[in-house]
Design a protein around this ligand. Structure first.
Ligand code: TXA
Ligand code: MG
Length: 337
């Protein structure tokens, strides 16, 4: 299959028309969102959704997020809209927030990975919403990487993973947030965050009060434990390089990596301390780390890094999302120095 790239910033009409034509024909198109790029297909067409799993090499029990461009598209997808979901939508949609509810009959099993719930998100990206509106159907879209790899935050990295696997990549430039949306389920008694993202637990508590954070956000699942979110049980975000998180002061970090044959994943401003390094944002700014993390992981591979020691982010605010992705890319290897 030939993969075309169309820049929606310069060729808007062509991008929208081509994306619409392909998606309504049951094909998969890579699209930009404010979080990461997604691999989109008609969420209500089981045959089209199957092609997403094939393009990604994704296990079919790992459900997809259904993307809408207007609040009126939500009701037909779910059994009912819980009161707290309405409050959350008012506060954070459009935005990097995915909400899980009991699904209605219109959602094919393949879209929800066989579960009786569905995950729904209204992206903030104007490009994403324009594509969804043009198609007139909700779009199922996982991140546009090969299963297991870091999520792509620009069209070049989508092409690296998806060349020959999808007919079209819509280029919308670099993603503003850089890590995937916050996923929270309302199918549990107490709303539970399954994956942290740009909408932080602090922000959510401010709107609906009590929430839980799933254990798997910060800890590896133990043998035999079931994941509330199937995505949490798979190896994730992993570059080829072997990464270890090193917790401790900058000084003890430097001491630890001294004389080691390694690359360092460090913060901006620390460059002159290391010979071989890639930076990911500023130490005191979770959002800047989120924007850079997945690109930095891919850059480490491009530079041929084999062993990487990573500085540890602050584990609060958006930093919780950064740590959640980094610890998975490190296969949960953390040392304290
Ligand atoms: O920012 C994002 O969310 C991006 C962009 C493209 O919108 N999408 C994304 O999709 O990250 P994906 O498929 O890579 O991650 C979706 C996560 C997975 O961990 C999946 O297991 C979980 O959400 N998920 C989806 N539906 C679910 C459900 N019904 N119950 C529990 N977890 C669900
Ligand atoms: Mg993903």
């Amino acid at each position: 299959m030939q993969t075309r790239l169309i820049d929606i910033r310069t060729d808007r009409d062509t991008a929208l028309n081509e994306a619409k034509k392909l998606i309504l024909d049951g094909q998969v198109v890579a699209i930009p969102t404010e979080t990461v790029y997604g691999l989109a297909a008609n969420a209500l067409n089981a045959e089209a959704v199957k092609k997403i799993y094939a393009a990604k090499g994704r296990p079919s029990d790992n459900p997809l997020i259904v993307h809408i461009s207007d609040y009126s598209q939500l009701l037909p997808l779910v059994k009912e809209i819980p009161e707290k979901v309405k409050l959350m939508a008012d506060a954070f949609w459009p935005g990097p927030l995915t909400m899980i509810m009991k699904k209605s009959e219109v959602i094919p099993d393949i879209t929800s990975g066989g579960l009786d719930t569905v995950a729904v998100r209204m992206p903030k990206s104007e490009h994403a919403r324009a594509i969804i509106s043009a198609c007139g159907v909700p779009l199922a879209a996982p991140s546009a990487n090969l299963s297991g790899s870091p999520s792509p935050t620009n069209a070049k990295y989508v092409l690296d993973d998806m060349n020959g696997r999808v007919p079209l990549i819509v280029d919308g430039g670099a993603c503003e947030i850089g890590v995937e949306s916050t996923v929270i389920t309302f199918a549990a008694d107490i709303p539970t965050v399954l994956r942290p993202g740009g909408v932080t637990p602090e922000m959510i508590r401010g709107v609906i009060g009590e929430i839980k954070i799933a254990d798997a956000v910060l800890h590896e699942l133990k043998e035999g434990e079931t994941a509330a979110s199937p995505g949490m049980k798979y190896k994730h975000y992993a570059p080829t390089a072997d990464i270890t998180i090193v917790k401790g002061s900058l000084e003890s970090f430097c001491e630890f990596v001294k004389n080691k044959d390694c690359f360092v994943l460090c913060f901006e401003g620390e460059e002159k301390l290391f010979e071989r390094f890639v930076t990911y944002g500023r130490a005191d700014d979770g959002l800047s780390e989120a924007q850079r993390l997945f690109d930095a992981l891919r850059e480490l591979d491009e530079k041929g890094a084999k062993t990487v020691y990573a500085r540890c982010p602050e584990i609060s605010g958006v930093g919780l999302a950064v740590y959640n992705r980094l610890i998975r890319s490190a296969g949960f290897k953390v040392v304290e120095v």
